[in-house]
Design a binder for this molecule. Structure first.
Ligand code: UTP
Length: 285
């Protein structure tokens, strides 16, 4: 079985739900406490053993790639002033670790992934949507990579959602369940609650076989007129093993206003240096 070495980060979406914040700033550069969303996703990928980070960017998204560059002037100035460079260490990419490719038009998540096809090549790969901030120990992708070592094939991250929220997610038709692992026998994008096969939703973590790229190349439009990753994945079911893993992790939907605020609160409350200040503030409300 080939190891998972590459991860695609589709970051070319418009982020309209967070306007005006995302008018000139990529959604993935918005900060949760003291680091941008993309940093959390990259840390999670590195922890899972990913060696190559593939950013699918669009116009106005170059700051995502720049963020992982060396900041010569900043570092030289800080060093001269005797300041520690530790806060910068995770934001420095190793030489050649990051590759970026453009999605010239935001035609959908499936299309964004397909734009990375030449870089992914002929090996299984991971996908991380940075606006789905997953907090887990080990990280959600690490848990999925471990499951992949046992199961092979395709694995999506999954989570149960309230029955009236199915129209915001890709929804799974569940087969046999074994602990946190559920066999996937069908997938449908954004079904109305009455048509949803379950309330088990796909979250923004995937391990997929490269054959999905050939399916995506047909550029079929799905829900919302977009080229949907869910539709392409659905075509792999029955041809290759396909499972969902409900990782032990908390998901924060940072593409949504309330989810973004809650993520900040949850991460801050998890930090010893910030918790007392926030608890004091909340106690006085
Ligand atoms: P979303 O559904 O959150 O869309 O995309 P969006 O455009 O980012 O945000 P809203 O809905 O307008 O507020 C899920 C993920 O897929 C990427 C996004 O960047 C995000 O990581 N994506 C989506 C692309 O890279 N390209 C696309 O064409 C669409």
């Amino acid at each position: 079985m080939k190891p998972i070495r590459k991860a695609v980060f589709p970051v070319a979406g418009l982020g309209t739900r967070l306007l005006p914040a995302t008018k000139t700033m990529p959604k993935e550069m918005l900060t949760v406490v003291d680091r941008p969303l993309i940093q959390y996703a990259v840390d999670e990928a590195r922890e899972a053993g990913i060696e190559q980070l593939i950013f699918v960017t669009g116009r106005g998204k170059s700051s995502l790639v720049d963020y992982f560059d060396m900041s010569f002037e900043l570092e030289a100035t800080m060093e001269k002033a005797g300041k520690s460079l530790d806060p910068l260490s995770a934001s420095r990419a190793d030489f050649g670790e990051i590759v970026s490719v453009r999605q010239q038009q935001p035609l959908g998540l499936g299309h964004a992934v397909w734009c990375a096809r030449h870089i992914v090549g002929d090996e299984p790969f991971a996908i991380l949507l940075p606006d789905d901030l997953m907090v887990g120990k080990p990280g959600a992708l690490r848990q999925m990579v471990d499951a992949y070592a046992r199961l092979g094939g395709n694995i999506v991250g999954a989570m149960e959602v309230p029955a009236d929220r199915t129209s915001s997610y890709g929804i799974i038709t569940p087969g046999a369940r074994d602990g946190a692992v559920t066999e996937v026998t069908g997938l449908v994008e954004k079904p109305a609650p009455a048509e949803a096969p379950s309330n088990l939703a796909v979250v923004g973590r995937y391990i997929l076989q490269p054959e999905v790229m050939a399916i995506l190349s047909s550029k079929e439009r799905g829900a919302g007129g977009e080229i949907q990753l869910t539709d392409a994945m659905a075509k792999l079911i029955g041809r290759q093993p396909f499972h969902a893993l409900t990782a032990e992790a908390v998901r924060h939907d940072c593409g949504d206003r309330a989810g973004f605020v809650l993520a900040n609160l949850a991460i801050a409350l998890g930090r010893d240096d910030l918790r007392p200040v926030i608890e004091d503030y909340l106690a006085t409300r």
